[in-house]
Structures are given as C-alpha cells and as structure tokens.
Write a protein of this length. Structure first.
Length: 202
C-alpha cells in the first residue's frame, strides 16, 4: 500500500508515500490498514474520522488533546496543498520543543502519522484544501487545546493568516506546562519495513 516511508526528526512520527493506483477513471489511494500500522507499532484504535475544508492562507492549530484524551492522528490532504507542522511536546523527548514540516498534497497523497503528545497544525498553500483525519480518541471539548501558531519559531509562509478566535487566543509554547511524557520509541528500521511492503507481506 505504501512505496516509501519517511521518518520525521521527531521520534514516532512518519510520512507514508502511497502506491497510487491510476487508471482511466482517476486514482485510488489507501490511507490505512490495521496490519501495516500495527506492524510498526503505531496506534491502530481509530475512534473518529473527520475532514476540514479551508481557504488559502488559513492556519489551523497548533492543536492537541490533553490526557487522558490524548490523540494520535493520521492526516492526509485530498484536495490542494498544505504545509503541515508537528511540534514535540513530550517531556524527555530528544526533540522536545522542536518542529518538523511536511508538505501534504492531493497530488502526492502523502499521509502523516502523528503520535500522541505532538501539537499539530497547518497552513493552506492552495486556493482550497480538504484535509482528512483518522484519530485514535474521541473528541473532548474540555481536553481540546493547543499552543499559539507563532510561538515555536515555525517559518510560516504567511504573516497575517486567517485564524479562528480560539487559535488567536491559545497560550504561547513558553507558558504551556506539558503533561506529556516521552515513553521512548522502538527505532523502526525503515529498510526492513520496505522489504516487507515490497515483498507484499503487507
Ligand atoms: C476537532 C473537533 C472539533 N469539533 C467542533 C468544535 C468547533 O465547534 C468546530 C471547529 O473546531 P476547531 O476550531 O477546533 O477545528 P479545527 O481548528 O479545524 O481543529 C482541527 O485542527 C487541526 C490542526 C487538527 O489537528 C485537528 O485535530 C483539529 O484540532 O468543530 C468537534 O465537534 N469535534 C472535533 O473532533
């Protein structure tokens, strides 16, 4: 289902490049398969799915849910292009406070797996973007929060983005006391993983 797996600099976060099936009708892309995700020890208890439609220069984020409603997310852009950003909030992580950037697009159909304990957000680069999420916990309004988009040093491509009122009022990263703890991560050997995929074992 995937032809390439790229590790983020942030442990536990992966970009998957799908094996797109194209024919005269268009294309077919698989986002999720339980056996594959569990084979590399990712969280497979998908509890909710949703999508958002946004205009150019919208920034959504940087969001996460607090324990015990922490969420891992599988994110994919199915129309347009976004600059997608994750920030490591796990105390004790080698990349605590650092961000990583992925360009997700309908054309590439690349998929991002974001583990629990990371903040997530994106900026819309195209006229319109549709982003789909599969998430491993239910929504909890009381636990749904974030940090301010411009408080981590991310080189966003816009100075005056379109933001929600909620996102304008999120706390800055430096004032956020993280409840997330880094629990270590099994170092996935990407070459072995690709052998499995190419050998059609997944
Ligand atoms: C996330 C969410 C929101 N809502 C409601 C709350 C509000 O009335 C409306 C819009 O919510 P928000 O403004 O939080 O939507 P949005 O800013 O698009 O939130 C999303 O941002 C990106 C970056 C993510 O990573 C997502 O997980 C999610 O947090 O939808 C739900 O009912 N269920 C949900 O799971």
């Amino acid at each position: 289902m995937f032809k390439e797996v790229n590790k983020s600099i942030i442990p536990g976060c992966f970009e998957f490049i799908p094996d797109i099936k194209e024919d005269q009708r268009g294309m077919f892309v698989k986002i999720y398969n339980t056996d594959f995700y569990s084979s590399i020890l990712l969280n497979t208890s998908i509890k909710e799915s949703y999508f958002t439609i946004s205009h150019k220069n919208v920034i959504r984020g940087l969001h996460f849910q607090l324990p015990p409603y922490e969420v891992a997310k599988i994110v994919c852009c199915v129309e347009g292009e976004i600059m997608d950003v994750v920030v490591d909030l796990r105390e004790g992580s080698p990349t605590y406070g650092k961000y990583d950037i992925f360009y997700l697009s309908a054309e590439k159909s690349n998929i991002l797996y974001i583990p629990e304990g990371l903040a997530h957000g994106y900026c819309v680069l195209s006229e319109k973007a549709i982003v789909i999420y599969n998430v491993t916990n239910v929504y909890s309004k009381e636990h749904d929060t974030g940090i301010r988009w411009d408080s981590v040093g991310i080189p966003w491509p816009v100075d005056n983005p379109i933001l929600s009122e909620k996102d304008k009022n999120l706390p800055e990263f430096k004032y956020f006391h993280t409840p997330f703890k880094y629990k270590g991560y099994v170092n996935i050997n990407v070459e072995n993983l690709m052998d499995k995929i190419i050998g059609n074992k997944i």
